[in-house]
Design a protein around this ligand. Structure first.
Ligand code: MSP
Length: 534
């Protein structure tokens, strides 16, 4: 297994500031954090961007309802997103607010470029519009005349508007999405999972791309169109550009080659995470804007599923939300992160709720990982009290022992199989929940190993064999600590310290994933209970 150091740029959608975050937003953000932490851990130069989407009719209306001016309202809600991400130990490198001055200037420069090129023209727009989505709707998209996500009847819009020539880019985008690679082979605009790519392909084929309104006369809360200030920018045109301005693009075209450690280093994005509510706009307007701006396209759009509560999408407008702080209070930061990431297969919808969370927390964390660590450290203490020391085996005894149980472990060495075949493979393919399942198998394996070998009996009998067995157990736990680091960084750090190994943040990853890294005479320190039972 070789890991080449690369750059890795990952984004989340920027969230609307109409309300504080719920665990749907949290899901995307934690997933992006897991991937960003993993890439930093393996040595990639990583940038993780998130932020808030603050303009448009919906925010204007919510601010009015709250009796505040839109900026004041946006400041408050944006602060609640920042706070939530801090509380969840999110390691974002940037946080864009679309009301940032630099962003606004760059949006104006970008629109001017597209206008000068002839890609934006004055026209008239007539369509249905859902303010909840801030998106145009076709009759076909509605159920009983209502937006299926917001359960509201869209308004009919008819006004003079600056239109973006989306139709011009239909053929080229369709081809790119089909191939998901540029001719030279580099990945480009890959839409994952495959069923989502197929949905988009059939949308292109059946409905085509119509030019889209890029300005509003009747919405004051937006970025003025630079050549006609009686219009403001359509909120999505403004919002998409965050993915560029968040890494330092100032709207200059071609991008300024002097950007240091910013745009030229990180663009194009490696992964853009989102859910299916915003896939269509991301697979049409967004890449068309990039083509219009003569910029390259993101490598991959990854579409995860919705969190459902009783079969309904969890959303503020439906009033069925769970706040991230509620999860943190009940399960701790790492418990919350773990439960979100393991809640549903990544890429599919799934019903969630406290009952399931409680059960999983107790099974996997309190009785699983937490108990394994506590029990193993106690055994090493007992063994040392009895005058015996841990003893390194040339090869992982667990691997040897497992040969008989499970063929997977018998063929190659530990880092090639356990790390290479499973962990890297799953995480590189964004099978986030599978990685966790695999880690749980490791935990269970060590548990069974302990139960079978009964080290407590060996300690009592003064049997030398116990030194090797306890080494294997603790070394196995050390590997688990590294595996869980992107998911549960604090717990991983605590385990590493308990093993007498100092800060996990400082590990040399290539070395750390080899079997045998734990010194035999390491000074263990027992920590507080990692996951108190609920
Ligand atoms: N502001 C736009 C995005 C602009 S990006 C250029 C927007 N904001 S949003 O606040 O509505 O966020 C939508 C995103 O939040 C979804 O695509 C998804 O990432 C996340 N989720 C919101 N509700 C969710 C669930 N119930 N389940 C899973 N993810 C959810 O759209």
């Amino acid at each position: 297994m070789s890991i080449k150091n690369k750059k890795f740029y990952i984004t989340t959608p920027i969230y609307y500031v109409n309300a504080s975050p719920h665990i749907g937003h949290t899901y995307t953000t934690v997933a992006a954090d897991v991937l960003a932490r993993y890439h930093r851990m393996i040595g990639d130069k990583t940038f993780f961007l998130t932020g808030t989407d603050e303009h448009g009719a919906k925010i204007e209306e919510k601010a009015r309802e709250a009796g505040k001016n839109p900026q004041e309202f946006a400041d408050e809600v944006a602060a609640s997103f920042k706070l939530a991400w801090q509380e969840l130990n999110i390691s974002n490198d940037g946080f864009v607010r679309t009301t940032d001055e630099a962003h606004k200037k760059a949006v104006q420069k970008a629109l001017q470029y597209m206008y000068d090129k002839g890609d934006i023209y004055l026209g008239k727009y007539e369509s249905l519009y859902c303010r909840g989505c801030e998106q145009y709707k076709n009759e076909k998209d509605l159920i009983d005349g209502k937006c299926p996500d917001h359960k509201t009847v869209p308004e009919r819009m008819s006004e003079e508007s600056y239109m973006f020539k989306l139709s011009k880019y239909k053929d080229i985008l369709l081809e790119k999405i089909e191939k998901d690679a540029v001719p030279a082979g580099r990945q480009e605009l890959k839409i994952s999972p495959a069923e989502k790519k197929n949905e988009i392909l059939s949308f292109y084929e059946n409905e085509g791309l119509n030019d889209v309104s890029f300005s509003r006369k009747n919405v004051k809360w937006g970025i003025p169109i630079p050549w006609d200030e009686s219009h403001t920018t359509y909120v999505w045109a403004d919002a998409f550009l965050n993915y560029l301005t968040g890494i330092g693009w100032d709207g200059g075209n071609p991008p300024n080659p002097l950007y240091q450690g910013g745009f030229n280093e990180f663009w194009p994005a490696d992964v853009q995470l989102m859910s299916k509510d915003i896939l269509r706009v991301h697979a049409t307007i967004w890449p068309a804007m990039l083509l219009s701006l003569d910029l390259s396209l993101p490598k991959e759009l990854f579409i995860h599923g919705f969190f459902l509560i009783d079969g309904q999408k969890m959303s503020k407008s439906l009033g069925n939300v769970i706040a991230p702080a509620d999860l943190v209070k009940r399960y701790g930061v790492d418990g919350a992160r773990y439960l979100l990431m393991s809640a549903t297969p990544f890429g599919h919808d799934g019903d969630i709720g406290y009952e399931k969370f409680d059960e999983k927390y107790n099974a996997d964390l309190a009785n699983g990982l937490g108990n394994l660590v506590a029990r193993s450290l106690t055994l090493v203490e007992k063994m040392r009290e009895a005058g015996m020391e841990m003893k390194k085996d040339k090869r992982s005894l667990i691997s040897n022992w497992l040969k008989s149980k499970n063929d997977i472990f018998s063929k190659n060495d530990f880092s090639k199989t356990v790390w290479g075949k499973f962990y890297f493979n799953d995480i590189n393919n964004l099978k986030i929940d599978s990685v966790l399942m695999f880690i749980n198998i490791q935990i269970k394996t060590i548990d069974v190993y302990i139960t079978t070998k009964q080290p407590w009996v060996l300690i009592k009998n003064n049997s030398k064999e116990v030194g090797v067995i306890m080494y294997n157990i603790l070394e196995g736990i050390r590997h688990i600590a590294i595996m869980i680091y992107p998911f549960m960084p604090e717990t991983a750090g605590k385990i590493y310290e308990s093993l007498g190994l100092g800060s996990i943040e400082k590990v040399d990853f290539q070395k750390a994933i080899k079997w045998g890294g734990l010194p035999e005479n390491t000074e263990i320190k027992k920590s507080d209970v990692l996951f108190p039972r609920i």
